[in-house]
Design a protein around this ligand. Structure first.
Ligand SMILES: C[S@@+](CC[C@H](N)C(=O)[O-])C[C@H]1O[C@@H](n2cnc3c(N)ncnc32)[C@H](O)[C@@H]1O
Length: 225
């Protein structure tokens, strides 16, 4: 009962509007290897259009924009606070081949076949219908192109979670509570590698591959339309 309420809260837009900045401050240190790895996976030619769904503060969007000055990046998020935070970071880094806008993963505000690559990191577990969101990613991706879908691994071990936890540094995190929250509210209500593969296959992706990094308890699924 309490867990269900906390999971609902975790996924609510108002939660991201209010507490997104706390998440943003903590997560870069915890996930920078994953962002780096995915940025390398999205190996597009210079003129490509790349979309990040549930972009948050835009860490991976801005990394890709900085690495590929001739590409055009779009980050969408359903939280206005997150879109503003990403936009501020973009300006601070003087990056101008990137834009952030409000948008819901359930109905992406883009035409069919519009993008040459789509990424989403840590967002699908928050969507009311991840299958629909992944079908939306498939719809906006051009034929033959790749999407990278990464999410907290529901099957992560206790040891993985304890190692991950050490990367969070805020003074108000009390270890037993942080571990409980990560295990029961975040990871247990996420997806396994097989579930994400199955979402991608059902959405119509034809080549679906998986990866894991030793440093992040996240599933990485790479899928070609
Ligand atoms: C865990 S954060 C990940 C942010 C970013 N991708 C990162 O790795 O730092 C999840 C993000 O997904 C966004 N989000 C949740 N549900 C969404 C939806 N239905 N449509 C678009 N964005 C959503 C939240 O506002 C939040 O910024």
């Amino acid at each position: 009962m309490l867990k269900n309420l906390l999971v609902k809260t975790r996924d609510a837009r108002w939660m991201w509007d209010l507490f997104g900045p706390i998440y943003n401050r903590q997560i870069y240190n915890a996930l920078f290897e994953l962002y780096e790895h995915i940025a390398e996976e999205i190996n597009q030619d210079g003129s490509s259009q790349i979309l990040d769904v549930g972009a948050g503060r835009g860490y991976i969007t801005l990394l890709l924009a900085a690495r590929r000055p001739t590409a055009s990046l779009t980050g969408v998020d359903f939280s206005a606070t997150q879109v503003r935070a990403a936009e501020r970071l973009r300006k601070r880094r003087w990056i101008d081949n990137c834009r952030f806008e409000l948008g819901n993963a359930m109905h992406l505000p883009f035409a069919d076949n519009r993008f040459d690559a789509v990424v989403t990191v840590g967002s699908i577990k928050h969507w009311p219908d991840p299958q629909q969101g992944i079908a939306e990613i498939h719809r906006v991706l051009a034929p033959g192109q790749w999407a990278v879908i990464s999410e907290t691994d529901r099957e992560a071990s206790e040891e993985d979670l304890r190692r991950f936890m050490q990367r969070f540094t805020a003074w108000f995190f009390w270890d037993p509570l942080l571990f409980w929250g990560l295990r029961h509210i975040i990871f247990d209500h996420s997806f396994s590698q097989q579930e994400i593969v199955s979402f991608a296959q059902t959405a119509g992706f034809r080549d679906v591959r998986t990866e894991k990094l030793a440093t992040s308890p996240y599933v990485i699924v790479k899928a070609q339309k």
